[in-house]
Design a protein around this ligand. Structure first.
Ligand code: HEM
Length: 131
């Protein structure tokens, strides 16, 4: 096994994203949710996710978007977020180690919390506009 290092380049980001979404697509809980939304646009989704993590972890500002709005109406709850984070953490820990690797996990967890609370709020207040 090659020695693990930190997430330092766009190639590292791509390796993380490709490995993570390959696992997500094969997961019995998450796979169908992603497939339903993304259908045959995986190349585009992966490209967006490369740019998202490149911006956060490498400080190269290639992503512009508002991810919150893309998640608010998804049919997901706590168990989906737990599974997402568990696969993400496992993928990071297998492939990388270091400050950026830790930051990726921290960021993902904060965003999962934020998306989850927005989704729950939306489910309970469907009749009201919140944007
Ligand atoms: C169970 C949890 C999650 C599910 C099922 C999920 C699903 C999705 C789907 C289906 C899309 C594509 C939306 C579209 O193009 O119409 C998407 C986009 C995205 N997701 Fe998630 N997601 C989850 C958690 C997260 C978390 C924790 C993060 C934070 C790291 C995240 C970050 C993003 C970003 C940045 C995009 C791209 C938004 C854009 O188009 O600008 N997602 N997600």
């Amino acid at each position: 096994m090659t020695e693990r290092h930190d997430i330092l380049s766009l190639d590292d980001v791509k390796k993380l994203v490709d490995t993570f979404y390959t696992r997500v697509r094969g997961d019995e809980l998450l796979g169908p949710v992603f497939q339903e939304q993304i259908q045959d646009n995986w190349a585009r989704h992966l490209d967006i996710m490369y740019r998202f993590w490149q911006t956060i972890l490498l400080g190269e500002l290639t992503y512009q978007g508002s991810p919150g709005s893309k998640h608010i109406t998804l049919p997901i709850g706590e168990e989906h977020f737990e599974r997402w984070l568990s696969i993400f953490y496992q993928t990071i820990d297998e492939l990388f180690t270091g400050e950026k690797a830790a930051e990726a996990k921290w960021r993902a967890e904060r965003m999962a919390e934020m998306f989850h609370s927005k989704i729950e709020y939306y489910k309970q207040n469907k009749s009201r506009t919140i944007l």
